[in-house]
Design a protein around this ligand. Structure first.
Ligand SMILES: [Cu+2]
Length: 430
């Protein structure tokens, strides 16, 4: 009887844990980048879908292991001083300015069961950007974040953003602003579930690493009131995190946490002032190698060295298995299915060595068919947002520009331009 009881208890705990969610997969202009590719996610598959513990935790920036009690917090922070969300992953995905980004959220990181987030989890969604000079070393936590989109409660449909997310099978789409200087960015989708507010507002965040190309401006001037530090963009006690979703009627309006949206779009080039080409920065960090025969999240399998004798063959077999071990070691909670696929290649080499076929590798350079979870549904359109026009494509800092007066005028217009309403909802999340 004791045994039965504890099994029941374990079952309840497991199902409760699985009711949470995690950002696993990035799509750029509807192209699936592969589970975990360019995505920072907690490495512990048992807890990766948990909400962030503590609104002032550095984990609020890009997510991390979220233990269920303070003892484990202490233990794990001693054992694992580096936070996963603060650690860069190997790959940074290229995305043109203005690209459509889609974030996939899953209840089960490896898609072994369907579901995006439990339907009890009602609340707003937001998407933030932060420009970083160096993906590997610039801290995710801290200043420099701005919000490019949000969606709270839609009074017309009577739905919270998370409810629309569920209807869209966990897929949330936004557009990148067009007026972004080329360079490296972290993009951070944020879900807030208010079913246990005010005691336990649950934040689910993750980050993807982007290299934005083709930006139409050279500098990024985020207005002071639109830039925030994360953590620090929300505090306990604020209405955005204490809101009672069970009141009838709801005490609207509801504003999602964080600053007003800043979505810079470029104006058409002006006639006066010399045209300036957008910065021709080229991605040098985090490139996905073009010679990957197979990819699993941020791991890339490459062809082994050619060989013509027995010792070379066995060395190649070993080198292949070394890559496989690396694949397993790096695999995030989205899984290691492609590490298994890679193992078949290694077996092939090993068998060839055993049978005296000492010239190889067999099928040299052949790209392997990757295993990829199905996209859970139709990729939704990007949520609407009102842009703030910034002047793009114009030589900055020269006297002609200053004298034209147009720059100043458009600057003052921008600061007063209405941004997407944070009071009710933009028709996003759908
Ligand atoms: Cu939850």
């Amino acid at each position: 009887m004791h045994l039965q009881l504890s099994f029941t208890l374990v079952g309840v705990l497991v199902s409760a844990a699985r009711a949470h969610t995690i950002f696993t997969t990035l799509f750029i202009n509807d192209v699936n980048q592969g589970d975990g590719t360019c995505v920072r996610m907690p490495m512990d598959s048992d807890t990766c879908t948990n909400p962030i513990a503590g609104l002032q935790s550095e984990d609020m920036a890009c997510g991390e292991y979220s233990p269920s009690n303070s003892f484990r917090t202490l233990t794990f922070s001693l054992l694992l001083p580096g936070r996963d969300g603060q650690k860069a992953v190997a790959f940074t995905c290229p995305a043109p300015a203005g690209a459509k980004l889609t974030f996939e959220f899953r209840e089960w990181a490896d898609a072994s069961n369907p579901g995006s987030i439990d339907k009890s989890h009602a609340g707003p969604c937001s998407v933030y950007l932060k420009r970083v000079s160096n993906m590997a070393t610039t801290a995710a936590a801290g200043a420099g974040w701005f919000k490019i989109w949000d969606s709270g409660y839609d009074a017309n449909s009577g739905k919270w953003c998370t409810e629309k997310l569920i209807a869209d099978n966990g897929l949330l789409s936004v557009n990148l602003p067009t007026a972004l200087p080329a360079g490296y960015y972290l993009v951070r989708p944020e879900l807030l579930a208010l079913q246990d507010a005010p005691d336990d507002p649950q934040f689910y965040v993750g980050c993807a690493q982007l290299f934005v190309s083709g930006g139409s401006v050279d500098t990024l001037d985020v207005p002071t009131d639109r830039e925030v530090s994360i953590p620090g963009h929300v505090s306990s006690g604020q209405k955005s995190v204490t809101f009672n979703i069970y009141n009838s009627p709801l005490a609207l309006p509801y504003s999602p946490p964080g600053p007003a949206v800043f979505f810079p779009t470029s104006s058409p080039p002006r006639i006066r002032g010399r045209q300036r080409r957008a910065t021709t920065t080229v991605q040098t960090q985090g490139l996905i190698p073009t010679n990957c025969l197979l990819k699993n999240a941020n791991w890339c399998g490459r062809e082994v060295a050619r060989y013509t004798d027995e010792s070379g063959c066995w060395a190649a077999s070993e080198a292949c298995y070394t890559q496989q071990a690396d694949c397993y070691a790096q695999a995030p909670p989205t899984g290691d299915a492609n590490c298994e696929v890679w193992g078949l290649k290694c077996e092939g080499i090993q068998e060839a060595c055993g049978s005296g076929a000492w010239t190889g590798p067999p099928d040299a350079g052949k790209v392997l068919a990757a295993v990829q979870a199905d996209v859970p549904g139709v990729i939704p359109e990007a949520g609407a947002v009102a842009g703030i026009v910034v002047t793009g494509g114009v030589e900055s800092g020269d006297s002609e520009n200053d004298a034209s007066g147009g720059g100043e005028e458009s600057a003052s217009t921008s600061s007063e331009a209405p941004v997407a309403s944070t009071i009710v909802v933009s028709p996003g999340c759908a």
